[in-house]
Design a protein around this ligand. Sequence first.
Ligand code: SF4
Length: 273
Amino acid sequence: MISLEKKKKNNGFRLLPNGRESFCKVIENIDRLQKDYPNFFRKRVFFNAVLHRKNSFKEIKDFFMKRYEKIPSISEVNPVGIEPEKYNDFLKIYRSKNEKSESNKCVSITMKKNIEPSINELRKLIRHYNKYIVWEFSELYYSLKKTRLPTGTCIPFTRRIFITAQGVILPCERVGHQFSLGRFHEDISIDVNAISNNYNSYFDKMSVLCEKCYLNKLCDQCIFQLNLDSSTPTCPNFMNKKKFMEYLSNQISLLEKQPKQYFNIFNETLGID
Ligand code: SF4
């Protein structure tokens, strides 16, 4: 997964240590990867772009389609962990996915045609209900135990870690510093018991809601993007029975209309030949 925005001016928030924009360097490396390893690039390389004030849905999608024939996943600037006094600065760069603008409207129609209900949702559905698909070795172990923790949060250190320039160890780059897993300077400092206690308390807090949520078996909501400061956190993806039935119906209707999507997902998205 490569995180990138379209062209230099849109990429203005991604800087090298010397303060220059990283765009030219990154694009040069991606082009080389595509040229030298075309099959790997087609099957295994995905893009993520962040929506902000310097770009739009349409610009992002057009860029990746034209240059690499790929549809990127698009996320918003992470609003978690912003210092209250910096919140106005944050709003100057933040653009919501739901914002109504000509450029956003235009692409939502295009995206509707191509990927709604999204391939990603179908992928989740097929992944969950097809017992022969296992994405990671760890799933073989966890599936045997048949336990499911609330939310779709990654278990620490099982998929990735992110270390900041200051040596703070985080579960990934989208998680705020208040949820650090330890520090890395000359020595590595990780308190496994503290991590375990913290995660258990987060899960306890969310379990009340997740137990009532019909999406819980397909959930990929990261707990660190929710309002954990609250004694009763909410979740934007919560589904009651009615909502979940609509969701399933949309997914199945798409497969009925386009049965080839099932095989496309296997061949392209899951990378199974
Ligand atoms: S989508 Fe449902 S299961 Fe997932 S975190 Fe939200 S409430 Fe919990």
